[in-house]
Design a protein. Structure first.
Length: 184
């Protein structure tokens, strides 16, 4: 099973990133065996993680992080120091709070899909992510988009599959950002 997941992570990184340059570290144990600040790409998806060890906070040079399909409720505050992070996949967790994301100003791609406990208020943490180009909010229990979404001037793709969003939100967003591709 781990081998199959490792193949998935490797395939995912090659298909989602045109700039893969370093070693992809798969699994928390593998990551902790290395010098934490030397890790740039880490795949922890499907690892049943509920919280992260303190050593995780030392991985300040991460550029790609996949923590999909875990049991995270919140992100450690120290993740606010991940200023080099460009791709973050947090899909299919149990997230309720994501305030640490607000400081990740290099983010280009963010996947928050299938976090049914995330609400509009929690999504206000997206304000200030000026470089964000792709945002996946699929299968969230939201009706209205947070104000922070309207401020993301470089957003090119917003994925809202399975979201019962008020159509006025979509119309307003298209007026503000006519080049935005919205996937419903």
């Amino acid at each position: 099973m781990l081998r199959l997941f490792a193949i998935f992570c490797v395939l995912f990184i090659f298909s989602s990133s045109n700039s893969y340059t370093g070693e992809l570290v798969i699994g928390l144990d593998s990551a902790l065996e290395k010098k934490p600040d030397s890790i740039e790409e880490l795949c922890l998806g499907g690892s049943a993680i509920t919280e992260l060890p303190e050593t995780f906070c030392e991985m300040v040079n991460l550029k790609y992080l996949n923590m999909a399909q875990n049991d995270l409720i919140s992100l450690p505050k120290c993740m606010a120091n991940f200023s080099n992070l460009t791709e973050l996949n947090l899909s299919a967790n149990k997230l309720e709070e994501i305030s640490a994301i607000n400081s990740m100003t290099s983010l280009i791609s963010l996947d928050l899909s299938a976090n049914e406990n995330l609400d509009t208020k929690a999504l206000e943490a997206l304000e200030g992510l000026d470089r964000l180009q792709t945002l996946d909010l699929s299968y969230l229990n939201i009706i209205n988009l947070p104000k922070s979404i309207y401020l993301l001037k470089n957003l090119k793709e917003l994925i809202l599959t399975g979201v019962n969003i008020d159509k006025k939100n979509i119309e307003n967003l298209k007026q503000i950002n006519p080049n935005l591709h919205i996937i419903l």
